[in-house]
Design a protein around this ligand. Structure first.
Ligand code: F6R
Length: 369
């Protein structure tokens, strides 16, 4: 049932092109217009939403962070991302013009469910982005956008994460179209690019031998840092989380811009650091800023493991290793850049002889607060 793979996690990592394709399936009609038929919220309500709050935990919250960058850019609606347990126990400012989006693979996470209940009490509109049909969160939310990743067995979330990001992009593109925005061309081209993502994810999988090799060599490493900027920041956080939970290695994800505000003090000779580099084709200076960060940490002896886009030769002089991924737009890149980090964690845990599917102390679905 593991389809020839050593673990369910490895199988699920390899299922990711399908998970993304299936999440897109039936949601884009032939003319490229979005069809979100499970979304039963009145369009007038969505037009009047003035704030979106994403509530989620763990990996699902990182999907929410990626969504924030995309939705704010495409829709010009402010998006906050809240850990569900923190949201629930303060006094969040939420009202009938707020759309609360709960992201959850299981649909049973108690913290996220409580956040949905709280949001409804404040008369917010609630939308569930959930993978498990018939679970509790979609039953209680006003509307549902199912991710179609298929059952996820490994405790660590991988294909559900990619499909959550995909669903959140669809939501953003839908809202952008509905609300009429000045980025119509960009929405159309992003839809085209989204359709190309399953093939590109497959290319990342096909090229994964080097990252596996490096992971096996690094089985004894005591700590790994992850840096990213913009959408690469939640990817860095997710890479660190995967390594903690699977390989029991101390790992931290940082926003690359924070380096000089503290974390650079951690850099000493030999410290492995993954850096997620944004596309050099973007319109802004993000890319050059991250390349300078790589230079800075390398000058202090860091071992730099760089995830960059095909053709990005600028990173080569400062990288001990480069894992290239296919080109795509800046906002969609997380669907590609997180994959080498997932493979790294799974392979390293495997090399340590650990149970990749059932890490210690963790449960697949956390149904207590
Ligand atoms: C990490 C992981 C957890 C879950 C979190 C939320 O690999 O699996 O961090 O993402 O417990 O679970 P769901 O998505 O079921 O609400």
């Amino acid at each position: 049932e593991k389809g020839g793979f050593r673990s369910f996690m490895e199988k699920e990592i390899h299922d990711q092109p399908h998970a993304v394709a299936d999440t897109l399936l039936g949601r884009l009609d032939l003319s490229g217009k979005l069809v979100l038929d499970e979304m039963r919220i009145d369009e007038s309500v969505l037009r009047s939403v003035d704030k979106i709050v994403v509530v989620a935990c763990g990996t699902a919250a990182y999907a929410g962070h990626v969504a924030k960058y995309a939705i704010e850019h495409w829709c010009r609606i402010p998006v906050e991302v809240e850990l569900a347990h923190e949201f629930r126990y303060r006094d969040p400012v939420v009202d009938e013009r707020t759309l609360v989006v709960a992201v959850s693979q299981s649909g049973e996470t108690m913290d996220t469910l409580m956040a949905v209940r709280h949001a409804r009490e404040q008369r917010a509109t609630t939308l569930a982005i959930v993978n498990t049909h018939g679970s509790t969160i979609p039953r209680e939310a006003d509307a549902v956008l199912y991710t179609h990743a298929g059952p996820e067995i490994a405790v660590a979330s991988t294909k559900a994460f990619l499909s959550q990001i995909t669903a959140a992009y669809l939501l953003g593109l839908y809202l952008a179209q509905l609300r009429g925005n000045k980025f119509a061309d960009e929405v159309a081209s992003t839809l085209t690019e989204l359709r190309e993502m399953p093939d590109k994810i497959q290319q990342v999988l096909d090229r994964s031998e080097r990252v596996r090799e490096i992971a096996r060599w690094m089985a004894d490493t005591p700590s790994v840092l992850f840096l990213g900027r913009h959408v690469g920041f939640p990817v860095a956080m997710e890479g660190a989380l995967k390594l903690k939970e699977l390989a029991y290695i101390h790992a931290e994800g940082f926003a690359a811009g924070e380096l000089k505000h503290g974390p650079i003090a951690l850099i000493e000779p030999g410290q492995p650091v993954f850096v997620v580099v944004p596309s050099p084709r973007g319109r802004n200076t993000l890319h050059s800023k991250v390349v300078s960060n790589i230079q800075e940490i390398r000058a202090r002896g860091a071992r730099t493991l760089v995830v960059a886009e095909d053709g990005d030769d600028a990173v080569i002089p400062y990288a001990d290793e480069v894992f290239f991924v296919p080109q795509t737009s800046t906002l969609l890149a997380p669907l590609l850049t997180v994959v080498p980090l997932q493979i790294f964690a799974s392979e390293l845990a495997n090399a340590k002889g650990l149970d990749v599917d059932q890490p210690r102390n963790l449960a697949k679905s956390v149904t207590v607060e």
